[in-house]
Design a protein around this ligand. Structure first.
Ligand SMILES: [Cu+2]
Ligand SMILES: [Zn+2]
Length: 199
């Protein structure tokens, strides 16, 4: 009677053993799948080059305007976000100017509007033409704060195309409003904040 009982137990043990083996194989297989998935994710991330650069704007022309400008590229578009404070409430112009040189007290060391395609000054997207730096106007609230958001596929960060590359240019905030028609710069008045776009 005892022998009979041992036999099924042995069979059971063998069966359990092979079951464990199978589980182990599945685990190894899963690990392989996970590893190769990690690789795919890594490759995709490498392909989409996300570039983000941030600059601090300094006050110019005896203003109290401060702020931060961030440019972020997803490979197709460049998105600009400028957070500003110390403005007078109401409308102001913001442009990219041609030189990343904020050394002068009035900001004029940045030169005129960035215009690599030799077009007239105008409203962004206008049929008659516009500068690649003609971002336009924005409104500061009662406290003098503003957030300016702008996105375009006509800019790039450090690409070969000099009609698109914003590196080496400057962000200028004006005291006045861009009328979109006066040449060559929209009669936007004093330059109240500046930063170079230098990596
Ligand atoms: Cu300007
Ligand atoms: Zn312009």
């Amino acid at each position: 009677m005892k022998k009979l009982a041992i036999l099924p137990l042995a069979t059971l043990l063998i069966a359990l053993g092979s079951c464990k083996e199978a589980k182990k194989e599945t685990k190894e297989g899963m690990q392989e799948v996970e590893e190769s998935m990690d690789k795919v994710v890594e490759e995709v991330t490498n392909e989409i080059e996300v570039e983000k650069i941030t600059f601090t704007l300094e006050p110019k022309s005896d203003s109290n305007v401060n702020g931060e400008a961030t440019f972020e590229s997803n490979g197709e578009k460049v998105m600009m976000i400028a957070k500003l404070s110390g403005l007078t409430p109401g409308e102001h112009a913001i442009h990219l100017h041609e030189k990343a040189d904020c050394s002068s007290a009035d900001g004029k060391s940045t030169g005129g509007h960035w215009n690599p395609t030799f077009k007239p000054h105008g409203k962004w997207g206008a049929e008659e033409g516009y500068h690649k730096g003609d971002i336009g106007n924005f409104t500061a609230d009662e406290e003098g704060n503003a957030t300016v958001e702008f996105a375009t596929d006509e800019w790039c960060i450090g690409c070969e195309d000099e009609t698109k590359n914003i590196l080496g240019k400057a962000v200028i905030v004006h005291q006045g409003v861009d009328d979109y028609t006066s040449q060559p710069s929209g009669a936007a008045g004093a330059r109240v904040a500046c930063t170079g776009i230098i990596q």
